[in-house]
Design a protein around this ligand. Structure first.
Ligand code: DOR
Length: 447
């Protein structure tokens, strides 16, 4: 008899529906979902959910776990642990590591590290450069989540700016091409005028003026134009401005869209007004912008112009973040608190739990054609999360799991928390304790 776990009395949130019921896990998979299921054997582990939400494990399609090469900031082991505590059971990691993940060989090295240390399911993106088209075409589409292009420079010097190369990549690569969009020339020009005005002491509040709306719109509209011209399958990462919302439609179901869109937790939570209190801790690329931009992102998310929510988890050390504006790196850690933050927005009436599940579980699975994950369905991997909607906690140095040891949410009290995380049918996390066994798997794709 395979190992069984029976989760009883849950509010099961799945496919735009919430149902009170039970879920039976057998070995790695969901064996049954029903209003009432009885244990078939005395060996079955029974977990009483006591009315908590049971949702599919979150799939975060944009994280930076810094391995190899930048392990003073984070490791796959440390950040996958934080992800699991936050209900993220699968992640897709970015290529701006050291060495950069721009060859199939470097990609396989990362898979090797993850297979030995990740406690969450994993995949990676292969990075494009001005001269690695052969690698992008060589990679087996079934083995990797997709391709990442930095169309604006950010951490890691991975700018792809040669128009001829870009056209070739967009025309020939069949995988989903995910892009970071900020127009380099516009950012440069804005930075130069700020340096002329302030010298090295540029106030952090100028960040959204330097990495401006214009910079974002110019770059994302250009990428979309090129995708339309070439037929590329384009996914635009971390949108941050109201103006960019003009570029996306909501008429087609996600499966049919050739151009898809994403917003990140920090752009939904913070606004320009927070630079005063948070300083460089909320310095991200693209920048956190005005509260009007934030409102437009929420609207586009709810009306399905935006398809996916991700974190862009990008840890840097506390010391690195203490530098002045020009020297402090952009990025901050988010995987542990993303779901609590979204639940907080749910309590404020901004988003339903069903919509959170659509944008963080179902849609990344559909968009990247991930095999048997992202839904609570019979025969799917049992990646599941129990969320207690009313169990407040305050983010502080003692409960932060990131290797960098800080969070932009420090001092924030969240009403809801993750109590259990199941990975491939295994209880990976339960009431603040992690299992010693690892059950994580490499993500596979239906391509
Ligand atoms: O703020 C950011 N930090 N944006 C990125 O695109 C990269 C990331 C990082 O890796 O630090």
């Amino acid at each position: 008899m395979p190992k069984q776990i029976l989760i009883k009395n849950a509010k099961i949130v799945n496919e735009n529906n919430t149902m009170e019921g039970d879920v039976l896990i057998e070995d790695k998979f969901i064996a049954n979902v029903d209003t009432s299921i009885s244990a078939k054997s005395s060996e079955t582990t029974i977990i009483d959910a006591e009315g908590k939400y049971l949702i599919p494990g979150l799939i975060d399609d944009q994280v930076h776990f810094r391995e190899p090469g930048l392990t003073h900031k984070a490791t796959i082991a440390s950040e996958s642990k934080a992800a699991i505590a936050g209900g993220i059971t699968s992640f897709i990691e970015m290529p701006n590591t050291n060495p950069q993940t721009v060859t199939v060989e470097a990609l396989e090295d990362k898979f090797e590290i993850a297979s030995k240390s990740s406690i969450a399911n994993y995949s990676f993106m292969l990075g494009g450069t001005n001269d690695n088209l052969d690698e992008l075409l060589k990679v087996d589409p079934k083995s990797v989540a997709g391709i990442k292009l930095f169309l604006g420079s950010s951490t890691g010097n991975m700018l792809v700016d040669d128009p001829k190369t870009l056209k070739e990549i967009f025309s020939k690569v069949k995988l989903v091409i995910s892009v970071h969009c900020e127009d380099e020339e516009t950012v440069k020009k804005n930075l130069e005028s700020c340096l002329a005005k302030y010298g090295e002491d540029i106030p952090i509040s100028m960040h959204p003026k330097i990495r401006s709306e214009e910079a974002c719109y110019k770059s994302s509209s250009k990428a979309i134009e090129l995708a339309k011209e070439t037929g590329a399958r384009l996914h635009v990462f971390h949108l941050s401005t109201a103006k960019e919302m003009e570029l996306f439609g909501n008429k087609l179901p996600l499966e049919k869209k050739k151009i898809t869109s994403e917003v990140c937790i920090h752009h939904l939570w913070f606004s320009e007004e927070d630079y005063d209190s948070k300083g460089t801790l909320i310095k991200w690329n693209p920048a956190v912008k005005s509260s009007k931009d934030r409102e437009a992102l929420w609207k586009a998310l709810i009306n399905d112009k935006i398809d996916v929510i991700a974190t862009d988890h990008a840890p840097h050390t506390w010391e690195e973040k203490q530098n002045s504006y020009t020297k402090a790196p952009s990025g901050g850690p988010l995987v542990q608190h993303a779901l609590s933050a979204l639940m907080e927005m749910h309590h404020r009436g901004k988003i339903s739990v069903e919509k959170i599940v659509e944008k963080m579980c179902h849609n990344p699975a559909i968009l990247f054609e991930i095999e048997k994950r992202g839904f609570i369905r019979k025969g799917y991997y049992a990646d599941l999360v129990l969320v207690d909607p009313v169990s407040p906690y305050t983010v502080n140095k003692q409960n932060i799991l990131y290797k960098c040891g800080w969070s932009p949410f420090e001092g924030t009290t969240f009403k809801s928390r993750v109590t259990h995380t199941f990975v491939n049918g295994h209880i990976a996390y339960q009431n603040l304790k992690f299992s010693d066994e690892r059950a994580a798997m490499r993500l596979t794709f239906n391509r």
